[in-house]
Design a protein around this ligand. Structure first.
Ligand SMILES: C[S@@+](CC[C@H](N)C(=O)[O-])C[C@H]1O[C@@H](n2cnc3c(N)ncnc32)[C@H](O)[C@@H]1O
Length: 211
């Protein structure tokens, strides 16, 4: 857990859900992400950086005969997520682990999700994560991502951008060139909600390049 945002979220994991409820229409946000995946009820899916597991609990409503896996590097997030799944009697296969070395077989998942994960990763981590997503996805699998888009080009963001270039905090939150380099391409892209006043979230559906 290198990134300071990740370490911070691990400490405040039990406040994460109430914070999201106060700041966004979480139900709508997650339903839009799930809608993009166009899932069959028997598919095998993975949520990387699952946090407190709200998305996978909603996925469990759709995937009646499917298999749901979720992984997060922050142990306290996984504790909260496991408790929620237990209360709702949902079978989710949780693991503590990192996106840069996923503990799953090659060509294993029909769909992979990441929601607001990439701003926790430095450049190397972003590239390794995309490479791992490519590896664990089936040939015709889909990768659904919801990540911050470009930040506003103003003085404030300019200063932060300058000083966080290698941290991944603002610079290249979602780097297109890394998608190309790691054998993926974008099939669909739409704007999601604006969070925190001016942070546009972008929803994307990506697939593996063929050939
Ligand atoms: C902003 S939260 C988003 C959580 C969840 N996806 C959601 O939509 O609410 C980012 C999550 O990514 C996790 N994370 C950060 N770096 C990670 C990594 N390398 N591998 C797996 N999870 C990571 C953090 O612990 C945190 O739970």
């Amino acid at each position: 857990m290198k990134h300071f945002i990740t370490r911070f979220l691990n400490i405040v994991a039990s406040f994460y859900d109430p914070f999201l409820k106060l700041t966004m229409d979480e139900e709508k946000f997650r339903q839009e992400i799930i809608g993009l995946a166009n899932l069959r009820s028997d598919e095998r899916v993975l949520d990387i950086g699952c946090g407190t597991g709200t998305l996978v609990l909603m996925l469990a409503e759709t995937l009646h005969s499917g298999h749901i896996y979720a992984i997060d590097v922050a142990p306290k997030m996984i504790v909260v997520a496991r408790n929620k799944a237990q209360k709702e009697e949902k079978k989710i296969k949780y693991r503590i682990g990192s996106s840069i070395a996923l503990p799953y077989e090659d060509n294993y998942f029909d769909a992979v999700f990441t929601t607001l994960l990439f701003h926790h990763l430095n450049f190397e981590g972003k590239g390794k994560t995309l490479r791992e997503i490519y590896r664990v996805l089936k040939v015709d699998g889909k990768y659904i991502s919801a990540e911050f888009g470009k930040f506003p080009d103003n003085f404030f963001h300019g200063i932060i951008f300058k000083f966080t270039r290698s941290s991944g905090l603002l610079h290249g939150l979602y780097p297109i060139e890394l998608i190309d380099q790691n054998g993926l391409h974008i099939e669909d892209e739409i704007n999601g909600p604006i969070l925190g006043g001016d942070h546009q979230v972008v929803f994307r559906v990506l697939k593996k390049d063929i050939g």
